[in-house]
Design a binder for this molecule. Structure first.
Ligand SMILES: CC(C)(COP(=O)(O)OP(=O)(O)OC[C@H]1O[C@@H](n2cnc3c(N)ncnc32)[C@H](O)[C@@H]1OP(=O)(O)O)[C@@H](O)C(=O)NCCC(=O)NCCS
Length: 211
C-alpha cells in the first residue's frame, strides 16, 4: 500500500475500503498517537520515578523534573505537559485530572502547590510557592534563603500565556487570568482578572465584582 500525504500537516493517509480516505486517516493516526503516548508515558515513568503520573498523561519532549527525595509530586489522569515543561519540587505538588500546561510552563514548589482538575495554563506560565528572602542588605539575597507560602488553584481555571503566579496565592475555581498577568493576591472563584498586579475586571456570571 502506498502512503501519501493527506494534505493535513503532511500526515500520511491510506485510502479506506469504502473510498473515504479520512476514515482510515483518523483511525491510523489515533492508534499511532495512542501507542506513542503510552510508550512515552512508560519511559517518562521510568526516568522520573519520584513523580506519579495518572493514566493517559501526555508528557512531551524536553520536560524536566528536579524532585528532591521525600517530595510528593502527582499528576492525575489525562494531564498534558507540553514541550519544555519544567518542574522543581522539594515539597508537595499535586495536579488534578485533565489539567493542561502549554509549552515551557514552570512549576516550583518548596512547600505546597495544589492545582485542581480541568485547568488550562498558557505557554510560559510560571507558578512558584516561594521567593528569595531579601530583608536587610548585610547579607546577599542569594544567601538569605527563601520565603515560602502555599499556592492553591481550583478547578476549571484558565490562565493566559506568560502569567506569573506568586507565593501564597489562592485562585478560586472557574476563574480566568489574562495573558501576562502577575497574580500577587487571592482571586475569587468565577472571575476574570488581568494585569500587573492582577485585578478582577468582571465576574463571569455578570455579577458584581467583589471588593
Ligand atoms: C482576559 C481575556 C480572556 C479577555 O477576557 P474578557 O473578559 O473578554 O476581557 P475584555 O476583553 O472584555 O477586557 C476587559 C478589560 O481588561 C483588559 N484586558 C484584557 N486582557 C488583558 C490582559 N491580558 N492584560 C491586561 N489587560 C487586559 C481590556 O483591555 C479591558 O480593559 P478596559 O475595560 O480598560 O477596556 C483575554 O484578553 C486574554 O488575556 N486571553 C488569554 C489569551 C492567551 O494567552 N491564550 C493562550 C493561552 S491558552
Amino acid at each position: 500500500m502506498t502512503w501519501e500525504p493527506s494534505g493535513e500537516g503532511g500526515q500520511p493517509s491510506a485510502p479506506s475500503a469504502d473510498g473515504d480516505p479520512d476514515a482510515d486517516y483518523g483511525t491510523v493516526s489515533r492508534v499511532r498517537g495512542a501507542v506513542r503516548r503510552r510508550l512515552g508515558l512508560a519511559v517518562t515513568r521510568l526516568r522520573h520515578q519520584r513523580v506519579t503520573f495518572g493514566r493517559r498523561c501526555d508528557v512531551r519532549s524536553g520536560a524536566r523534573f528536579a524532585v528532591a527525595r521525600g517530595a510528593e509530586v502527582r499528576f492525575g489522569p489525562g494531564c498534558v505537559l507540553d514541550h519544555g515543561f519544567t518542574l522543581e519540587s522539594s515539597g508537595r505538588l499535586l495536579v488534578g485530572d485533565r489539567t493542561v500546561f502549554g509549552h515551557h510552563c514552570t512549576l516550583a514548589s518548596d512547600r505546597s502547590i495544589v492545582i485542581g482538575t480541568n485547568c488550562l495554563f498558557g505557554e510560559f506560565t510560571s507558578i512558584r510557592d516561594h521567593d528569595h528572602a531579601f530583608d536587610g542588605s548585610a547579607t546577599a539575597i542569594l544567601d538569605q534563603g527563601r520565603a515560602t507560602a502555599p499556592v492553591t488553584i481550583g478547578d476549571d481555571v484558565w490562565v493566559g500565556a506568560k502569567a506569573t503566579i506568586t507565593r501564597g496565592v489562592t485562585i478560586g475555581s472557574g476563574t480566568v487570568v489574562g495573558a501576562h498577568a502577575v497574580v500577587t493576591r487571592d482571586l475569587p472563584a468565577g472571575c476574570v482578572a488581568v494585569g500587573v498586579p492582577a485585578r478582577v475586571v468582571r465576574m463571569r456570571d455578570g455579577g458584581p465584582v467583589p471588593d
